[in-house]
Write a protein that binds this ligand. Structure first.
Ligand SMILES: [Zn+2]
Length: 396
């Protein structure tokens, strides 16, 4: 922000954030403030998932909340998943006094948010009709059921956002169901839950958070509170991500990454994203590239694309994150930022070339066509189809 700009903004965040090592044990008393029946949606690996769901169920029961295991999801949610879970909820007569508890990565939390919205909005039985740009253009008339979000990975920040990302492979799209009332009522973050997350998932999630923090910081819709959050998130995540990947039991690294991911969610929900998040869903639906990996892959290109129009902001990040001397030219500082981000991707084992994640030249026209969602619109400058095609071809 420069001083002569007029400042006007809204800021949206979960009304209650509960953060701390071991604090999952408070889920019962927190849940009771939302309702008497908790519909659980889990997204954890087999073996760990059942044990944790049992633990959470017991903690809820101890406080007089009836836990009902509703669904398990281990892939990014699709239209059919949301429609099925919402129908189950309606079958249970879910209404006032009930809430959803999403526990897992972004997939489980987004599925909980979308199902909570579809349970009370019944103009159509498919979520597709409510999705941005692909369906009948319906909007939510009724407020969704409350959601308690418990992330077990550090990445998407879905515990703090007002949208749920929903995929379809035929026809191919990956877009959002979005409404300010979809922000989870309680975000309960226990970083201890992330100690068992595999190194590659930690790397992808962590790079997603870093990408979200940078893209929202330089977005066309960047706003002052999220920019402050982005700085704090990046100062925590950039030094911690390698430690979290290499030494999963590190409390300090896990706490830093969980907090940074939460901040990235608040930042993106208010400021939007940009180029990398414009292309990432297209890589997901056409080549099944996981979201975090896709973001990390596209981040250096996003920095290059925007380096002219956001030179001072990027130079500032280079100074804060990598100690680049303020007396160096902003161009040199941005060079260092890009180089260090690429080194970080290498260090945590994220691929750098599109061919490494199964993208072929023939797929590029489809990827370009599917990259025009709300994130690309928030990128600080327009990128033409021709320019995007060239960038992707050079990354093969
Ligand atoms: Zn993301």
């Amino acid at each position: 922000m420069t001083t002569h700009e007029t400042i006007a903004y809204d800021f949206l965040a979960p009304p209650q954030i509960v953060f701390g090592w071991g604090r999952r044990r408070e889920v019962g008393s927190l849940g009771r403030t939302l309702g008497c029946r908790a519909f659980l949606i889990g997204g954890l690996p087999e073996g760990i998932g059942e044990k944790l769901i049992d633990e959470i169920g017991g903690l809820l029961q101890a406080e007089g909340v009836d836990p009902i295991a509703l669904a398990t999801i281990r892939h990014e949610p699709e239209v059919a998943d949301v429609d099925r879970v919402a129908a189950d909820l309606r079958g249970h007569g879910a209404a006032e006094g009930d809430f959803l508890l999403g526990i897992g990565g972004g997939a489980a939390i987004d599925l909980a948010k979308a199902a909570a919205a579809m349970a009370t909005n019944t103009q159509s039985t498919t979520v597709k009709d409510y999705l941005e740009g692909v369906g009948a253009g319906l909007t939510l008339e009724q407020k969704p059921l409350p959601v308690l979000a418990m992330p077990t990975t550090a990445g998407t920040g879905a515990e703090a956002t007002k949208n749920a990302v929903i995929s379809s492979y035929d026809p191919p799209f990956k877009v959002s169901l979005r409404d300010p009332r979809m922000v989870p009522r309680i975000a309960l973050l226990d970083p201890e839950l992330s100690v068992t997350v595999a190194p590659d998932v930690t790397a992808g999630g962590g790079m997603d958070a870093i990408t979200q923090l940078i893209e929202s910081y330089i977005s066309r819709r960047a706003k002052p509170i999220p920019q402050a959050l982005s700085i704090q998130g990046l100062q925590l995540a950039v030094p911690a991500i390698a430690e979290a990947v290499e030494n999963g039991a590190s409390q300090g690294a896990r706490e830093a990454m969980s907090h940074a991911a939460l901040l990235s969610g608040m930042a993106l929900a208010n400021s939007g994203l940009g180029f990398a998040h414009g292309v990432a869903p297209a890589l997901g639906i056409h080549c099944r590239v996981p979201h975090g990996v896709a973001c990390a892959l596209m981040l250096p290109a996003a920095l290059r694309v925007n380096r002219e129009v956001r030179r001072d902001e990027l130079a500032h990040l280079a100074h804060l994150l990598f100690g680049v001397d303020n007396r160096r030219s902003p161009e040199q500082a941005v060079d260092v930022l890009i180089e260090r981000i690429e080194q970080l991707c290498d260090r945590v084992g994220v691929p750098r070339r599109l061919s490494q994640v199964g993208v072929s030249r023939e797929k590029i026209p489809d990827i370009v066509k599917s990259s025009r969602g709300s994130s690309m619109k928030a990128n600080p400058r327009d990128v033409s189809d021709e320019e995007l095609t060239t960038i992707l071809e050079e990354m093969l």
